[in-house]
Design a protein around this ligand. Structure first.
Ligand SMILES: *Cc1c(COP(=O)(O)O)cnc(C)c1O
Length: 351
């Protein structure tokens, strides 16, 4: 830390992204990327947009918002686009939380929530998941704090129902309930249809997973228009051009090709079922998944051992050191070839 770094950030521990190795070709199952390329429509429109890079991007992101509103059945003023959904989470903590409006989230969840809380000096409480790693909805009823829940949750892969989310939202009318739907397309129940009923519900989503656009950095927030206006106040106070021309164009292209996205999601779900069954045959305990990853542990091998042995065999998965989940690993679902490579390597390890 330099002597110039503001003391207001001295306690900050940054988020640790999953590795993006460059040295050797791994079977890369560590960051929940989609194994399939983006829609050809997205690529074509992005290339066309690249011809006009001398111009600023549209700060209102209007054509993308209009297309999105049509596809998702909302109004264009009920959505804001951002530079990856990490950007919207940052804005949400900045907009709605402070020392009088603390945050709560599960103890096992997307570890970025904690980082944003620290960055914005927001007091927070971590509520333990139940023993089986599910969210206990009762813990959040009338809690009177801003609530952040990834649904489906990461890295567990498990989801709560729309009815359960509604119970949480309706019992905390004076607080924001943010539902992070990064993985919803792989098997969760979206609560987007509830945004008109509840002015305190804020839904976030991303193009990184189901739409195969992690490298484009495109995320969104969906909520009552007043909440969206608050986010825009902050967006225009930091970087109104936070979405570049090519990403905006690719975002529209993806929305013109819903069949393509659906087809890929279908394949990933099939590969997920196959992988879970094969892991179980090898003695793994696999949590039920509504996402594009599985969370698994082996009773005879430590989580770290499985991670290291796979890495030596060229397969990269994600291991976390947190006490409660250190015996588990998160394995992204890729193509059938990738999943076969994983299972072959594991057969060698556990034999
Ligand atoms: C991947 C992920 C995100 C972030 O996605 P980006 O749009 O790529 O920033 C947000 N929340 C959860 C739970 C995720 O797993």
């Amino acid at each position: 830390m330099s002597r110039f770094f503001s003391s207001k950030h001295s306690a900050l521990t940054p988020y640790t992204p999953g590795e993006q190795p460059k040295d050797r070709k791994f079977v890369k199952l560590n960051t929940n990327e989609n194994p399939f390329p983006p829609s050809p429509n997205a690529v074509r429109l992005a290339c066309e947009a690249a011809q006009k890079l001398e111009l600023y991007s549209d700060p209102e992101v209007l054509p993308l918002r209009e297309k999105f509103a049509e596809v998702y059945g909302i109004d264009k003023d009920e959505v804001v686009f951002v530079n990856g959904s990490d950007d919207i989470l940052n804005f949400a903590f900045m907009a709605f939380c402070d020392k009088d409006h603390p945050a709560v989230f599960p103890d096992i969840t997307y570890s970025f929530y904690k980082v944003f809380a620290s960055l914005h000096h927001v007091p927070y409480e971590e509520i333990p998941l139940k023993e089986d790693f599910t969210v206990d909805v009762n813990d959040y009823i009338g809690i009177g704090k801003n609530i952040f829940i990834a649904n489906p949750n990461a890295p567990t892969g498990m989801a709560i129902s729309r009815d359960d989310v509604e119970k949480i939202v309706s019992s905390n009318p004076d607080n924001i309930v943010l539902i992070d739907e990064a993985y919803v397309d792989f098997g969760g129940e979206s609560v987007i249809p509830l945004i008109r009923k509840y002015k305190n519900l804020f839904v976030t989503g991303t193009y990184s997973k189901s739409r195969s656009m992690a490298g484009a950095r495109l995320g969104f927030g969906i909520a009552d228009r007043e909440l969206i206006a608050d986010i825009n106040t902050l967006r225009y106070s930091t970087n109104p051009y936070n979405i570049n021309l090519m990403t905006t164009a690719a975002g529209i292209g993806s929305l013109t090709d819903e069949e393509y996205t659906k087809k890929n999601i279908g394949v990933i779900k099939e590969n997920r079922a196959w992988t879970a069954a094969e892991l179980e045959k090898l003695g793994f305990k696999v949590l039920p998944s509504c996402t594009n990853f599985v969370f698994a542990m082996h009773p005879s091998f430590s989580g770290e051992c499985i991670y290291k042995e796979l890495r030596e065999r060229g397969v990269l998965i994600r291991h976390f050191n947190d006490e409660r989940i250190k015996e588990y690993n998160r394995i992204s679902i890729g193509t059938m070839d990738q999943m076969e490579a994983l299972i072959d390597a594991l057969k060698e390890i556990v034999k």
